[in-house]
Design a protein around this ligand. Structure first.
Ligand SMILES: Nc1nc2c(c(=O)[nH]1)N[C@H]1C(S)=C(S)[C@@H](COP(=O)(O)O)O[C@H]1N2
Ligand SMILES: [Mo]
Length: 405
């Protein structure tokens, strides 16, 4: 008879985890460790549980919308993103940035509500308690890293010495894992906290002047102010009051912000070269000058540029349908297509269009923007503009279109 690791192992593990740790010496119990060191009656299981619930919702929405954005930019084989509705990515990425910002006041409030627990006496009752407290450190550290790097990225302050996308993506998984462990370990406490009826308001005098309602109202107002003060980078009419928004959607050449300038991308000479040719490689090879492109049927579309960094802006684009070019070159309509820039290097010099995008009649190789020839900084001689797509994939200064390898 074969005996697996039966209840014996579990029981022994459980006994190990619940074995009491030696009590620390009593003389260490001073300052914040002293009994009754934290007197505020605003703190309660109920407050912590509700703040945790709000944080969980904000964090969950931020996590899912972040995964969507990551999936569009780096799609696994099973993932496909539609080209409609046109504004969907603007909504998901706007939610990503807004819920990320909302986590700032929520985290501060939650930290305030629970930081006395740092000084719990004794620091750990048993090994299991010690492990779950260590896991909480991982949650706090990863949540802070996400918020700080995310805000720095939207502010275009790339002071961190690592590649943002990779760190932000993997830390999200660590944070969500630590969050699930935390919720699992605290489920009974959370349930109890949420089910508690609101106790009578503490006397504002003994509670330091702030009522519970006042505290939650302050957290809610902070979220509201941060949201309104940053929403203007996407919602143009709010731009003038958006004091915290790093970008205004209407400031830039041709009334549109620029992400990477032509000088920054090192494409000025190549883009202005009169011998410029767009090359489309298929069973037939097309080499088209700007005049050839201008001779093709022109279309005009209204589409936004939606930067992953949180700003977006509507614009009117005119140019050639990408599917007309692909058909002219005899490219298989079911193939993925790769668009390459004149830009010699850089992460965003190339992007891929899946069939839902390159078959869409709104997907253009744009030659004009807001009624004039495309500005050099917006991608002259021509740039890609497609519906429901992150800005990083709207390749500027396009040189070559071919089937993806
Ligand atoms: N070749 C190239 N195209 C690019 C980029 C780039 O760095 N190189 N940046 C992208 C990013 S991140 C954004 S948000 C959009 C912005 O377009 P705009 O500068 O015309 O507003 O261009 C995209 N196209
Ligand atoms: Mo961007």
């Amino acid at each position: 008879m074969v005996r697996g690791p039966g209840p014996g192992v579990t029981a022994r593990l459980s006994a190990l985890l619940h074995r009491p740790l030696p009590a620390p010496p009593p003389w260490l119990r001073r300052g914040p460790f002293a009994a009754g060191a934290f007197g505020s009656r605003l703190r309660s299981e109920r407050l912590s549980a509700w703040l945790g619930l709000w944080l969980g919702v904000a964090f969950g929405v931020c996590f899912v919308t972040g995964l969507i954005s990551h999936g569009i930019q780096d799609p696994p084989s099973w993932f496909s993103w539609p080209s409609r509705p046109v504004h969907l990515y603007q909504v998901t990425q706007g939610l990503h940035v807004a819920t990320g910002y909302a986590c700032i006041p929520l985290l501060l409030a939650k930290f305030w509500a629970i930081y006395p627990k740092l000084f719990t006496w004794p620091p750990a009752r048993d090994l299991g308690h010690a492990v779950s407290r260590a896991a909480l450190l991982v949650l706090v550290a990863s949540a802070l890293l996400q918020v700080v790097t995310g805000v720095m990225n939207t502010a275009r302050w790339y002071a961190f010495g690592f590649f943002f996308t990779v760190v932000h993506y993997w830390t999200a998984w660590i944070a969500i894992g630590a969050l699930l462990i935390h919720v699992g370990a605290q489920l009974a406490v959370i349930r109890r906290g949420l089910a508690r009826p609101a106790p009578p308001e503490p006397d504002p005098v003994t509670a330091g002047g702030l009522t519970r309602r006042g505290f939650l109202g302050t957290v809610g107002a902070a979220i509201g102010v941060i949201t309104v003060a940053t929403l203007g980078q996407t919602v143009a009419p709010l731009a003038p009051i958006s004091l915290l928004a790093p970008r205004r959607p209407d400031v830039g050449p041709q009334g549109l912000p620029v992400n990477r300038s032509a000088v920054g991308a090192g494409v000025v000479d190549a883009a202005r070269d009169p011998d410029y040719r767009l090359v489309v490689v298929g069973p037939r090879r097309l080499e088209m000058s700007l005049a050839d492109l201008a001779d093709l049927t022109a279309h005009t579309v209204d589409l936004p540029i939606t930067c992953v960094e949180g700003w977006s802006a509507m614009a009117t684009w005119s140019g050639v349908r990408v599917r007309d070019l692909l058909d002219a070159a005899g490219i298989d309509p079911d193939a993925d297509v790769q668009v390459t820039s004149l830009q010699p290097d850089g992460l965003y010099r190339r992007s891929t269009l899946a069939p839902p995008q390159h078959r869409d009649p709104l997907t253009l190789l744009a030659l004009g923007l807001n009624g004039a020839t495309l500005d050099l900084d917006h991608g002259y001689p021509c740039r890609l503009i497609a519906p429901n797509r992150p800005g990083v994939l709207q390749t500027k200064w396009v040189a070559r279109i071919e089937v993806s390898r």
